[in-house]
Design a protein around this ligand. Structure first.
Ligand code: FES
Ligand code: FES
Length: 186
């Protein structure tokens, strides 16, 4: 845990949530400033989710979460884990890029599209972009290429430029000349 978040313990009960399908019970031992990103990277030991700006400005920390608001049906969406307080995810289901796919378990079609379009150079932005696309396809299973471009405008890539990444992402657009048809739950 980085020293910037270790100040004092919160005075409330713990929480439980699912991380890549595995149940996590978290006691109240972490300070209230602990973020979901802190937990994923430093406690759960999942470095695929990156961190940089810590202010929702670059998107490298994106994960998808599934939770229900009030009495509504559960929704899946991408969020910036760097600004999500750990203790706000009680009862949620959180998915990181490791939970989506890997070279060992097999790449998810979104991850494969990044590979196929040479969309990753250093790879720092890539997991966040993949999880943003995964969240978008849950929110809108039939996005246009314009929808996709608009949904990714909060993501920064520091080395490849955006062409290859956007080409990969836009291949899932319904109006893409090479429209990719995928089962996002693969
Ligand atoms: S580290 Fe979360 S948006 Fe930049
Ligand atoms: S591939 Fe390096 S930051 Fe995007």
């Amino acid at each position: 845990m980085s020293s910037s978040v270790v100040h004092r313990s919160i005075s409330r009960g713990g929480i439980q949530f699912y991380l890549n399908g595995e149940r996590h019970e978290v006691s109240d031992k972490f300070p209230p400033t602990t973020t979901l990103n802190d937990y994923i990277r430093e406690v759960a030991g999942l470095p695929g989710t990156k961190v940089m700006c810590k202010e929702a400005g670059c998107g490298c920390c994106a994960v998808t979460v599934t939770h229900a608001l009030d009495d509504q049906a559960p929704e899946t969406m991408s969020i910036n884990s760097c600004v999500c307080p750990l203790y706000s995810v009680d009862g949620w289901s959180v998915t990181t890029t490791e939970g989506l796919g890997s070279q060992r378990s097999g790449l998810h079609p979104i991850q494969q599209a990044i590979v196929d379009h040479n969309g990753s150079q250093c790879g720092y932005c890539t997991p966040g972009l993949v999880m943003a696309m995964y969240g978008l396809l849950h929110q809108n299973p039939s996005p246009t290429m314009k929808d996709i471009e608009g949904s990714l405008d909060g993501h920064l890539c520091r080395c490849t430029g955006y062409r290859a990444i956007l080409d990969a992402a836009k291949s899932f657009g319904v109006d893409s000349p090479k429209a990719a048809s995928i089962d996002i739950e693969v």
